[in-house]
Design a protein around this ligand. Sequence first.
Ligand code: DQA
Length: 149
Amino acid sequence: MSRLVYVLNGPNLNLLGKRQPDIYGRETLADVERDCRALATELRLDIRFHQSNREYEIVDWIHEARETAGAVVINPAAFTHTSVAILDALNAFEGPVIEVHISNVHKREAFRHHSFVSLRADGVIAGFGTQGYGLALRRVARLLDDAKA
Ligand code: DQA
């Protein structure tokens, strides 16, 4: 399986580090991308790292991943709780999918407790801060190694 991993980020995550730092921390999305790239090198993964506030762009990246990538790590942000389109796109993707939330969504408002994406995700990470992205990449590397063995 391809060792290319799409790391996808949904709406408002472009404001990471500035937006509600008490909930999401002070690290920016650029910091997260830098850390993901460093870890990917260590894990022998290639990554495509994207963020969008537009649902269709995330759907399109998942379609692209379908052609080229071995795994998807996705923080769908608010689309987690609303998007059948992103769920359908992920259902058309065959490799491992890991869902990441920076905050512990289960400790928050009831509307954040339901995730459409969790119906497809092979694993869910929530409440580990931005460290969750690295944990997701480590899991993906293990799954891709196991698939090869
Ligand atoms: C989030 C949690 C979502 O409920 C929220 O809409 C986000 C970020 C997280 O990373 O904790 O934008 O996905």
